[in-house]
Design a binder for this molecule. Structure first.
Ligand SMILES: [Zn+2]
Ligand SMILES: [Zn+2]
Length: 305
């Protein structure tokens, strides 16, 4: 049973504060504090068996939350950027003397899987891999890891839950790796969208989202307080464009103005700290809240449109 959703990390690629700033130094009054303004790279857990993304902070996130990967069965990788997929860290079950003896299935898009297998092969031979090399590499991770390709716009059953990838407007390491945002339905019918990384969605994604009702939404808010990126930016959202996405989802009947929407994947240097983001969103006629590392949410079916 999945009775808890957990924001393991809510920062963008640099985390918050940035490592090259003085933000972590003890000499700075607000430095090194474990509060809502310390954001590790974005990742999200659904119960004990399912996780979305595993970036470079995966170990300390698990240690902080006292929640190992012993029971992890399904890992969803949204795209190939290293803040979302630290594959060397993930692929270590074969050397863990204590483990549950079951495989972890890693779900991603076809371009993301091809990129990963290509990098994996090349890093060992320094030669361009053939298709056969890629197939052999994929097989070599058995029995500890299996890879599953998720298509866009099609629901699939994965363990206890149903999942459907929708394309964000954000590309990973290679141009055809369009970030996979994830619709997820829990066994009791609770349905949510994990929408990062993305900018303002294309019409095709919005039309698809119009056919579903959601109880909770998580959205990219990388550029937070910045106001120089245009009204409907691709790649990443900011507070204003995130509100545009929410307004469109309300208009389409996907959510109501009361549906909880969590802003995540936040950059340093965008002008707003946690409280500033909360105040910025409080002025909008929607239920938008900045997420923070360690935030736990009970999945509840809310008043749907
Ligand atoms: Zn990212
Ligand atoms: Zn990215």
């Amino acid at each position: 049973m999945i009775d808890e959703l957990l924001f393991l990390g809510t920062g963008a690629a640099q985390a918050v504060p940035a490592i090259y700033s003085r933000g972590l130094d003890a000499s700075r009054p607000d430095g090194a504090r474990a509060d809502k303004n310390l954001r590790t790279r974005s990742a999200f857990r659904l119960g004990r068996g399912h996780q979305i993304d595993a970036g470079p902070d995966y170990y300390m996130q698990s240690a902080r939350e006292r929640m190992s990967w012993f029971d992890l069965e399904h890992l969803f990788i949204t795209h190939t950027h290293s803040d979302h997929f630290n594959f060397d860290g993930v692929l270590q079950k074969d050397i863990s003397v204590e483990n549950n003896g079951k495989p972890v299935t890693i779900h991603m898009s076809a371009p993301a899987l091809r990129w990963f297998l290509s990098v994996w092969c090349y890093s060992r031979t320094l030669e361009s891999p053939s298709n056969r090399d890629l197939d052999e590499a994929r097989e070599s991770f058995r029995p500890w890891f299996e890879f599953n390709v998720l298509p866009f716009f099609e629901w699939r059953t994965v363990g206890e839950i149903a999942v459907c990838g929708v394309p964000g407007t954000h590309t990973g390491r290679v141009p055809d790796d369009l970030a996979m945002n994830l619709l997820m339905e829990l066994p009791d019918g609770f349905r949510m969208l994990y929408g990062l990384d993305t900018g303002y969605y294309d019409d095709e994604t919005f039309s698809f989202l119009a056919s579903t009702k959601l109880d909770m939404v998580v959205l990219d808010c990388t550029f937070g307080g910045r106001t120089d990126r245009g009204e409907f930016p691709a790649g990443h959202l900011d507070c204003a464009s995130l509100v545009h996405v929410v307004a469109r989802l309300v208009e389409l009947g996907t959510i109501t103005s009361d549906t909880p929407v969590y802003a995540s994947h936040i950059n340093p240097d965008q002008g707003l700290d946690h409280d500033g983001l909360a105040r910025r969103f409080a002025s909008e006629p929607y239920n938008i809240l900045p997420a923070y590392d360690g935030l736990r949410v009970k999945p509840r079916i809310t008043g749907r449109p």
